[in-house]
Design a binder for this molecule. Structure first.
Ligand code: ZN
Length: 241
């Protein structure tokens, strides 16, 4: 079984279109989304529609929960909060009902999935060894998938020690032992590579490939400016940070 894993779409429709086209070329058996469909970007409803149509499974993320009013914006910085308010005022009923049906964690085909981490599926960033170790300890599946940090990562655990790190474009991992993977972000990468990120898994061959795909960043930026979203959120897309 071959699976495409996407995460942190953040209402960036052009990035999502590019990733879905790349996924089409791979003829995968399933698409899994790790959450944060909306927030930051200009096309929340289109992205909800596309994920609902294309993903066999989707989690909900912290930005989705804030847009639904199920979490408050107090934990966000000013720009994220402004974008969350903008999003919540524009979500259609169908987007809202789709998002409300999602959970921040799932178990599927022998893998454990979390938007953020096993310790806190909604908020915790797995960006330290300690956080990675905690998620390994709280799970038992050989493969654990997380999103949320917008940084593509491949970490493994051997005898309580965490190894691995950033997963660059085209990085390949043989999934022997236990692995914790973050596909990176479709709509707002923060690892210095502005291209949209996704992850291709082959669950039989136990193989993972980190993919990056270019998309028309300027089109998303233009839509953000037109929408009145904070300029700093549009600017960062070009830098991948
Ligand atoms: Zn996110």
């Amino acid at each position: 079984m071959r699976v495409a894993v996407i995460s942190d779409v953040h209402a960036n429709r052009h990035a999502l279109d590019a990733v879905l086209s790349a996924i089409d070329e791979e003829h995968v058996d399933a698409v899994w989304c790790l959450g944060d469909l909306v927030g930051y970007g200009p096309q929340p409803n289109k992205c909800c529609d596309l994920v609902r149509e294309r993903a066999d499974l989707s989690l909900i993320g912290n930005h989705d929960l804030v847009a639904l009013g199920e979490l408050t914006v107090t934990d966000f910085n000013d720009e994220a909060a402004a974008a969350a308010v903008w999003t919540s005022e524009r979500l259609t009923e169908s987007s809202e009902s789709f998002l409300r049906g999602l959970r921040p964690q799932a178990e599927v085909d022998g893998a454990e999935l979390f938007h953020a981490s096993a310790r806190d599926p909604v908020w915790e960033y797995v960006l330290t060894e300690e956080a990675a170790r905690a998620t390994f300890e709280l799970t038992s599946a050989p493969l654990v998938l997380v999103g949320h940090s917008h940084v593509a990562l491949a970490l493994t655990s051997e005898g309580g020690e965490v190894a691995g790190g950033l997963a660059r474009a085209d990085a390949e991992v043989q999934l022997e032992g236990r692995w914790l993977l973050n596909p990176g972000s479709v709509g707002q990468p923060r690892d210095g590579d502005p291209r949209a990120a996704w992850l291709l898994l082959d669950l039989e061959r136990r193989f993972a490939t980190f993919r990056r795909v270019p998309y028309p960043i300027q089109e998303t930026q233009a839509e953000m400016r037109e929408a009145g979203l904070p300029p700093v959120l549009a600017d960062r897309l070009a830098r991948g940070e």
